[in-house]
Design a binder for this molecule. Sequence first.
Ligand SMILES: [Zn+2]
Length: 418
Amino acid sequence: MRAMKLNAALFAVLLAAPALLLAQNQTVRIHAATVLDGTGKTLRNATIVVQGSKITSIEAGTTANARNATYELGQVTVLPGMIDIHAHVGWHFDKDGRYAARHGSPAQEILYSAENAYVTLLAGFTTIQSPGQANDVELREGIARGVFPGPRILTSIRQINERSGTPDEIRQKVRQLKTDGADVIKIFASASIRDGGTQTMTDEQLVAVCGEAKAQGMRTMVHAHSPESIRASVNAGCQQIEHGVFATDEVLKLMADKGVYFDPNVGVVLQNYLKNRDKYNGIGNYNDEGFAYMEKGLSINAAMIKKAVATPNLKMVLGTDAVAGAHGHNADELVERVRQGGQQPMDAIVSATSMAAQSLNLGKTIGTLAAGYEADIVGVDGDPLTDITAVTRVAFVMKGGKVYKLSAGSARGAKPAQ
Ligand SMILES: [Zn+2]
């Protein structure tokens, strides 16, 4: 009987939700027993007040006001919308179930990207950075128009690698990327682990790309596996290192000393390739040798993440390197960093929220629950501080003040606005 009443109430919420989407200036109040603000603070019995797309205030310890909640999330733990700073949103399997290497028509490709964006949003990720393909710009602009759902998108559009030319030619390419609307410069300083991970770009090329990017006010993210490629990138003034499978204590400390962000990927990308081996095998360097490397990579990653977590002051941010098959599973990266690396759950959550936002130069806009920030708010079923897998059970998603997900199973007793 009680269950029926609850279902009726939730049904009412679901009916009311589209109306809330349109009521841009309505004040919305979200109450939960526990709110993690994204900077490491825990607020108890808190109400987040949202007007339009922004948070206007947070009232903590407000039992009386809780009665006026538009969304009563109860024991669902609320945190800022999560941020994945490395997700290949356009990668997909084709209709025959194989990795498609992005060879479909422009219309097919953008629709696959849109599907991936949607499942990523529903998994609690309200912002992602794509290391880049040409149609990311259309995807970014399309989502920003505010009609079809997806996370905020940042993109490199293209990449710079050892074949990008002389230092002068590379500088020109960086300026062109800025003109074309890139948000970040993506650089390949080393081979993939399937090819051993050694340094590919010269030190001069790295100085050219990261120096010019800095001069143009642009951020840089560098794919680098070997210690040499990491050291050369940091010394060239690059701001962020991706993967770092073979990172040593020395280069981890170097990154920490220089304030360079580090984005190890230990929980999603290799596991996803191995899980979907049949869909990739036989395409490019996805061969038996490559898969053997990736299997070894799991244990190398496990050792590396322990060292990274133990490195004082290392600014570790959340990125997954999600490819075809992995979209919507982005939060698994947090789970594995805690499980394999011994990272504190609160640190993992900060890495996916306020610190990730800072790495994008968006630290004053997203990634924190506080007055003036975008209302990017998610709720997870359980307490991620005692069971990090809660971040994979997303029950509530709001982005820019609009609700995209309200899971009946978890948003207990939610009721629509009066
Ligand atoms: Zn990648």
